[in-house]
Design a protein around this ligand. Structure first.
Ligand code: FAD
Ligand code: EPU
Length: 295
């Protein structure tokens, strides 16, 4: 790790291997800006940039990326779950601000202990809050937009706060344009009991028992028209297909796993095989850095 400098506004700037920050464990180096305030974020946005959350939906090139990579840290990765007395009711709790850099799994466990329901369907998603909101991560047991009150979004043009009703959100889509940064959210949750929330969490957890436990960025493709893309890829006979050190998981065909030493090119090649062999057009759920074909 090379610490390059502290920026004008005090952000730490480091040259880091991105493989360390992705669940696939693939990705070369980039200039990473660790920003902990809106002033630091504004400075980081002065040049072309990308935003990195939990790295759980990314396939990053082995050469890395030339843009600045922004990570939310410090106060932008802190949470205030105290009910806001002005906005909360007998049934619902509206929390204080939860930073975009907060890891989602720990937050979900904490909400369960507090008996606050609404987001438990997202259990097991290894994202950060900002990334999970940006893509409306979820399962059939619930998605991020089931538990949001206010979303703070920062662009090079400024800061705005919106509600879910202001956005055209849907399956794996928040309606928030790329590179608009989700810095903080307020959650809107239902008052429940830890036992009830846990029971619903267990349902969502059980649904992922068949998913592989290896390094992966989750499902490669969105489900077309509600049909499991995994089932379609499986139906094309592709489970167990290996290119280099990347493998279509025998457990679930919509997961590509890194057997150790996989490259981004190995993963891209497997994605091409899937697109060629599955008779239905599939939309990528992963994000490729840089976008495939641009280099
Ligand atoms: P990253 O992967 O870091 O980034 C993904 C995108 O989000 C990029 O465009 C990035 O720029 C953007 N982004 C990140 N942070 C911010 C921010 N603060 N503001 C604005 N944009 C931002 N997904 C599901 O929906 N359901 C599942 O059940 C599920 N299961 C998974 C299981 C495993 C084992 C894994 C590895 C992944 C799974 N995923 C699942 C995929 C992944 O967790 C989600 O896509 C998640 O939303 C990615 O969030 P992240 O913070 O890791 O974002
Ligand atoms: N199936 C197969 N073969 C496979 C995979 C699945 O036949 O290789 C069948 C299963 O047997 C089941 C059906 O397809 O009958 C649905 O499978 P599953 O329950 O695994 O759900 P999915 O639609 O494949 C979705 C999400 C997952 C989420 C799970 C659990 C998408 C693209 N995938 O998978 O989300 O965890 O439901 O709720 O929406 C992700 O988005 O990254 C992700 C992992």
């Amino acid at each position: 790790m090379t610490v390059l400098a502290a920026s004008r506004t005090g952000a730490r700037v480091e040259r880091l291997p991105l493989a360390r920050y992705t669940t696939l464990g693939v990705g070369g180096e980039a200039e990473v800006w660790l920003v902990e305030s809106l002033a630091q974020l504004a400075e980081a946005m002065d040049e072309p940039y990308r935003v990195l959350g939990g790295g759980s939906n990314l396939v990053i090139a082995d050469e890395g990326v030339p843009e600045r990579v922004i990570r939310l840290v410090g106060p932008l990765a802190e949470r205030d779950l105290e009910p806001d007395p002005k906005l909360s009711t007998a049934d619902d709790v509206v929390t204080g601000w939860v930073g975009g850099g907060v890891p989602l799994p720990g937050l979900i466990r904490q909400l369960q202990k507090l008996g606050l329901g609404g987001l438990e369907g997202t259990v097991g998603i290894p994202a950060q809050v900002g990334g999970a909101v940006w893509m409306n991560a979820g399962t059939r047991y619930g998605e991020m937009f089931n538990g949001l009150h206010t979303i703070e979004i920062v662009t090079p043009g400024g800061v705005r706060q919106v509600t879910p009703a202001d956005l055209k959100w849907g399956y794996r889509d928040s309606g928030i344009p790329r590179n608009h940064v989700v810095t903080r959210v307020r959650l809107k949750l239902r008052r429940s009991t830890p036992e009830d929330v846990l029971a619903r969490m267990d349902l969502a957890d059980t649904a992922r028992k068949g998913q592989p436990k290896m390094k992966t960025p989750g499902c490669a493709f969105k489900n077309p028209g509600g049909v499991s893309a995994g089932k379609l890829i499986d139906g094309a006979g592709l489970k167990g297909t290996r290119i280099g050190n990347a493998l279509i998981a025998p457990e679930h065909a919509n997961f590509i796993v890194n057997l150790g030493g996989a490259t981004a090119a190995d993963v891209h090649a497997l994605l091409d095989v899937i697109r060629e062999r599955v008779p239905v057009p599939l939309e990528l759920e992963y994000e490729l850095w840089p976008e495939q074909g641009t280099r």
